[in-house]
Design a protein around this ligand. Structure first.
Ligand SMILES: [Zn+2]
Length: 134
C-alpha cells in the first residue's frame, strides 16, 4: 500500500477544497442560469458570459431511479438521483445508503459526499461525488 500523495476530482465541476468538497457551476451573468458542463452560450438567454459559482452541499432528492441493470463491470443496484441543492439542480448517485425504496425517499435531505474511484501507481487518488442521507 502506497500512501496517497494527492487527490484529483473525477469531474471538473467537483472542487476538493480542504475538508469542504463542493460542486461549482458556470452561472450565466445575464440571467443566472447554472450549468455544470461548459457552455458556449446560455440555453435560456443565449448569453455568452459565465462566472463560477459555488453550489450548496445540502439539498433535497427531487427524483430518483433504482438502477438494476447496467453495463458489465458496473455494480448494481445503485440509485441515480436528481437533487435540488438550494435551487440548483444536480445529478448524482445516492451513496452510503441501501439502494432500495425503504431507504431512499422523494424529499429526503441529502448532502454531498465524496468517494474514492481508486488510486494510481503514483499515489494520486481520484474522487467522485454522490449524495448521502443528511
Ligand atoms: Zn442566460
Amino acid at each position: 500500500m502506497s500512501e496517497t500523495v494527492s487527490q484529483i476530482p473525477f469531474v471538473d465541476y467537483l472542487v476538493l477544497d480542504d475538508g469542504a468538497p463542493h460542486l461549482r457551476a458556470h452561472e450565466c451573468t445575464s440571467c443566472g442560469a447554472r450549468y455544470f458542463d461548459r457552455r458556449n452560450a446560455c440555453a435560456a438567454c443565449f448569453g455568452t458570459e459565465f462566472a463560477p459559482v459555488d453550489i450548496a452541499t445540502e439539498g433535497i432528492v427531487r427524483s430518483f431511479s433504482i438502477v438494476t441493470f447496467a453495463a458489465p463491470g458496473v455494480d448494481v443496484p445503485f440509485v441515480a438521483s436528481v437533487v435540488d441543492l438550494d435551487g440548483t439542480t444536480a445529478k448524482g448517485n445516492i451513496i452510503n445508503c441501501p439502494p432500495d425504496p425503504e431507504h431512499v425517499k422523494l424529499g429526503m435531505k441529502v448532502r454531498l459526499a465524496t468517494y474514492s474511484m481508486g488510486t494510481d501507481d503514483n499515489g494520486v487518488e481520484a474522487l467522485n461525488y454522490g449524495f448521502e442521507p443528511a
